[in-house]
Design a protein around this ligand. Structure first.
Ligand code: SF4
Length: 152
């Protein structure tokens, strides 16, 4: 994909209409996480977004903590099919950690050894026990394995 195409996709914001289960009102929400790099479920970077001054890798949809003040339920993707944030985290796309990081390194927004990488900022608690924590460390390990020193 060319640099211009990546920049165009990062500025695309698909919106969808939702009917509120409790309020009965209709809402327009983002389909993907705010600031997603590539709004296409088939692309590894559909789980990476611009989060303040960092790029956030969000492998998961859902969170066991279910905090009442949680801000990540603002996209259709994060509400999953139940209309609520899933209790058991589910993978956001089917790309492997290697495919996601390799694609991110090729993205024009990414600077080797400089870009701040967030993990789970826009989705879940990255140190939730089990598969989520395992994936958080696997992500960091793969950056190190590639010889990258980006701060997390
Ligand atoms: S993502 Fe964070 S704020 Fe939201 S429910 Fe999980 S722990 Fe709470």
């Amino acid at each position: 994909m060319t640099k211009n195409e990546y920049v165009r996709l990062a500025n695309t914001e698909p919106l969808v209409q939702l009917h509120g289960n409790i309020s009965g009102k209709d809402f327009v929400v983002r389909e993907y996480t705010y600031g997603v790099l590539v709004p296409d479920y088939n692309h590894p970077l559909s789980c990476v977004s611009v989060a303040n001054s960092s790029l956030s890798i969000d492998l998961w949809v859902g969170c066991k903590w279910q905090c009442a003040y949680c801000q990540v339920q603002g996209s259709k993707q994060d509400l999953a099919n139940q209309g609520t944030m899933p209790l058991n985290p589910q993978r956001r796309n089917q790309a492997t950690i290697e495919e996601i990081v390799d694609a991110l390194v090729d993205h024009p927004f990414f600077l080797p050894n400089e870009t701040v990488i967030s993990i789970g900022t826009a989705s879940t608690e990255p140190l939730a026990p089990g598969a989520v924590t395992d994936s958080t460390f696997a992500l960091m390990d793969y950056f190190v394995k590639k010889g990258l020193k980006n701060p997390f």
